[in-house]
Ligand binder design. Structure first.
Ligand code: ZN
Ligand code: ZN
Length: 318
């Protein structure tokens, strides 16, 4: 599978010249897998990053190299995870089928929440007027979801050819919706490589036992890294309880879960490229000094991680 980051920023977008290296768009990650010459897509979250993802995948629908049916799994419905959906190009193409799966919010599915959001006078286009065909589903704790070779989500494998197997963990992080935030572990059924998506979580010092068990032995862990220790412990601007983790918390979870690669994600909108490079350098230095095989990698907009037989980092071309 190929994992491409289209939005890696937390909370709100930051168009800033000091953040061009890692990018300023909010959360959206694309998992894709080529099955007999046709790509199967699976998105996690539709923050502003999904807008550029839309442009990236659009040609594949027109030249027949991708399934026109795919899913977006939502971790939760905060704006930095949903706001790009309105401007997502596949929504304006007839024949595209999108499955929107996520938490229930006040007994509403993702579709009902988006429908209420996308309505005049605050939105120019109504949800019902989008050209894509949309299907809605509610995801629960410990659920399993399978993505078929046609890109369709099913809840038991049955006789379908399965491309991705997804495990779900639901947790009730501080400052995240009362209905909880969802974390997904996605496994490429062919290669057995897996990636755990752990963001919008306020982990615990020393490690979060549920996250550790959920991510055990994963090849890749993409983890919320919103704060430095100094920011998290500051008495000036109090961020404890905001529902986000520190880099140290992410490293502790990754080490205890025995993952091979930890990927920083959901960056603080105040952290410049230089700051992120400094933080990453310190983490990798410490890991090396301790003889740990864990690699810490910074996700960057339009960069990918190829997880086939080997795990290869692919930087963006421009
Ligand atoms: Zn967020
Ligand atoms: Zn959030």
């Amino acid at each position: 599978m190929l994992i491409t980051f289209f939005g890696v920023r937390g909370s709100f977008p930051v168009p800033d010249k000091n953040m061009l290296r890692f990018g300023g768009n909010t959360s959206s990650v694309l998992f894709e897998k080529n099955v007999n010459g046709k790509k199967v897509y699976l998105f996690i979250d539709s923050g502003f990053g999904i807008i550029q993802a839309g442009k990236y995948i659009l040609p594949s629908f027109f030249n027949g190299t991708a399934s026109k049916e795919f899913s977006i799994l939502f971790t939760h419905l905060h704006p930095d995870h949903t706001e790009g959906f309105t401007f997502f190009a596949p929504n304006f193409i007839t024949g595209i089928k999108i499955h929107l799966l996520g938490p229930s919010a006040l007994k509403k599915n993702v579709g009902k929440v988006l429908k209420e959001k996308m309505a005049p006078p605050t939105y120019p286009i109504e949800y019902k007027d989008l050209k894509s065909e949309r299907f809605h589903g509610i995801v629960e704790d410990e659920q399993k979801i399978y993505i078929t070779s046609e890109g369709k989500p099913v809840y038991s494998a049955g006789n379908n050819k399965i491309v991705f197997e997804i495990k779900v963990m639901k947790s009730f992080a501080p400052s995240h919706p009362q209905q909880g935030c969802l974390y997904y572990r996605i496994t490429d059924v062919e290669t057995k490589k897996s990636a755990a998506c752990i963001w919008d979580i306020e982990s615990r010092r020393g490690g979060d036992q549920r996250v550790i068990a959920f991510s055990k032995d994963a090849d890749i862990m993409i983890h919320d890294t919103q704060y430095t220790d100094e920011e998290y412990d500051s008495d000036k601007m109090i961020v404890q309880g905001f529902g986000h983790s520190t880099y140290t918390m992410a490293v502790e979870n990754a080490l205890k879960a025995n993952v091979k690669m930890l990927v920083g994600f959901h960056y603080n909108p105040a952290h410049t490229d230089q700051k992120l490079i400094e933080i990453s350098g310190e983490i990798n230095k410490k890991l090396q000094e301790n003889g740990s095989p864990l690699i810490f990698h910074l996700s960057a907009e339009r960069s990918s991680i190829e997880a086939e037989n080997e795990i290869i980092i692919k930087d963006r071309e421009s």
